[in-house]
Ligand binder design. Structure first.
Ligand code: NAP
Ligand code: MG
Length: 497
């Protein structure tokens, strides 16, 4: 039985935190932005204003970069790897100790169902920290036998890339902030985080914990603000050595252009149009549930959401019917309502964007084969929707909608090359999900698909498994060894003996 009084107290606490006067966290201190201005933040579940965050700009970014540089060259550089590991582990423990508060803040600010925030966002952030806490003590170079003349002792070392700017989106604000911060700090970098303007709250809470668990000042800095101001200033700043970004392809392009000023290292995670391929031999019930969860979780606002369903014609009708039924039964509502299974999208703007895609699909000849109901009320609700009669020329199939909209298509060919070609007919290449019981087909398809991650008979994300995009889904990888090595430079040293 949930303890309602305790829950109410926790919610009051989260609301109180949201409503505080928030500054920028720079060099271990909370400061007012130079501009003195702030922006409002809302609860997508009912559209109400829940707080304000400081609007950081160029001057604040400059201060943060200087602080990050001083920490990089100072205490952080001389700290033993095991000490860095200990701080990351302590941060994980601290988030875990405040798990409920983080989940409530995430739901208040992003709109997602509280149970999702509790079961995914917060535990995932904790796991990512613990996984990366294992790396500081293991980031070694190697000794190298040279091919040329002479007798040499040659070896490589991995050094931190330097000052990192992390620019993150609103779909999983805490998880995204930690996905950048944990490996950057593990590698010995210092960081300036800019959360999305829609969702600053969990990043603000995180900054408080950074100070509490004992990170030296300047190692982690938080500059809330707008993309065109705080974000662009970070990208333009010559004191930033690397930008790590998750968000739209459009802003990704701007970041690449801006980064050339001092040839910053750039990691980009730019979304996708993940195909879900259902082979005739698949376990249909599991495939139905998997396909539905893949597109309706987080109201479809996941870069790796399974937004294009390709099912063999022998199972297509059963699949569409099953996913449509799932959509029809989904309880759509405010994230704080314990009955809610799918929350609102993040903003009125995102709602308009998703609805306009559905309209465009219908204009292009698609039809709705299943649709749940959007909750009534002032929140930014969108109905979970299954479209059929779609084809690869339509914008609903080509572009990332970032909403609960599935385009279902069938195939008749059993030729794996033809199936892979359909799945690969996209500018994106982030992920793919294959449902089959045929081991050989699974492995063969996995190799033919042009995407950074292929999952068979299930979805998900793991801190240990590299994640990132082929093609226009981005540059580089997060998670795993590759994820942490992306925050290092390799230096080669050779000594003539
Ligand atoms: P976005 O603009 O790309 O936002 C991502 C981050 O980039 C935010 O922190 C944003 O700040 C910042 N930003 C914006 N303009 C910038 C600039 N000129 N320089 C530096 N940073 C900048 O994404 P969005 O507009 O919120 O969403 C639009 C679409 O992008 C979505 O519908 C979806 O298709 C896609 N998207 C993909 C992902 C993903 O996980 N791959 C995540 C979010 C969105 P502000 O918050 O102030 O704009
Ligand atoms: Mg934006």
């Amino acid at each position: 039985m949930p303890d309602i009084a305790k829950d109410q107290l926790a919610l009051d606490g989260a609301r109180q935190f949201a409503g505080r006067e928030h500054g920028l966290f720079i060099d271990g201190e909370w400061r007012e932005p130079r501009s003195g201005s702030s922006f409002e933040t809302f609860n997508p579940g009912d559209g109400s204003r829940i707080g304000r965050a400081a609007a950081g700009g160029e001057a604040d970014v400059d201060l943060a970069v200087r602080a990050a540089r001083a920490a990089l060259d100072g205490p952080w550089a001389t700290m033993k790897p095991s000490e860095r590991a200990r701080l990351l582990w302590r941060l994980a423990d601290a988030i875990e100790a405040h798990a409920d508060e983080f989940a409530l803040l995430e739901t208040l600010n992003n709109g997602k169902p509280l149970r999702d925030a509790r079961m995914f966002d917060v535990p995932h952030a904790v796991e990512v920290l613990r996984y990366n806490a294992g790396w500081p003590t293991k980031l070694n170079g190697e000794s190298v036998n040279l091919s040329g003349p002479g007798t040499w002792h040659a070896y490589t070392v991995r050094e931190p890339v330097g000052v990192v700017a992390a620019i993150v989106p609103w779909n999983a604000p805490l998880a995204m902030a930690v996905a950048k911060t944990a490996p950057a700090l593990a590698a010995g970098c210092t960081i300036i985080l800019k959360p999305a303007e829609q969702t600053p709250l969990t990043a603000l809470r995180l900054a408080h914990l950074m100070a509490e668990v004992g990170f030296p000042k300047g190692v982690f800095n938080l500059v809330t603000g707008l993309g065109e101001a705080a974000g662009a200033a970070l990208v333009a700043h010559p004191g930033v050595d690397k930008v790590t970004f998750t968000g739209s392809t459009e802003v990704g392009r701007l970041i690449v252009k801006g980064a050339t000023v001092n040839m910053k290292r750039v990691t980009l995670e730019l979304g996708g149009k993940t195909p879900v391929i259902v082979m005739p031999d698949a376990d249909i019930n599991r495939a139905i549930e998997g396909a539905a969860r893949s597109i309706f979780t987080n109201a479809g606002q996941i870069c790796n959401a399974g937004s294009r369903l390709f099912a063999h014609e022998s199972v297509f009708d059963a699949l569409v019917e099953g996913v449509a039924d799932f959509a029809g039964k989904l309880r759509v509502g405010p994230g704080l309502d314990p009955d809610t299974q799918m929350g609102p999208v993040v903003s009125a703007e995102q709602k308009a964007r998703v609805l306009s895609y559905i309209e465009a699909g219908l204009r292009d000849g698609a039809k709705i084969s299943g649709q749940g109901s959007a909750a009534s009320g002032p929140g930014y609700f969108v109905p979970p929707t299954v479209l059929t009669g779609t084809n690869p020329q339509m914008s609903v199939v080509r572009e990332e909608i970032f909403g609960p909209v599935l385009c279902a298509m069938s195939f008749s060919d059993r030729d794996l090359d033809a199936i892979a070609a359909q799945a690969n007919d996209t500018d994106y290449g982030l992920g793919a999900i294959v449902w089959t019981q045929n081991l050989s087909a699974a492995h063969k398809l996995a190799r033919k698909i042009k995407a950074g991650t292929v999952r068979v008979n299930g979805g998900g994300l793991d801190p240990a498994l590299p994640f990132g995009g082929f093609k226009q889904s981005g540059w580089g990888r997060e998670n795993g060894r590759e994820g942490v090595e992306a925050y290092t430079e390799v230096k080669s040293i050779a000594i003539a003996l």
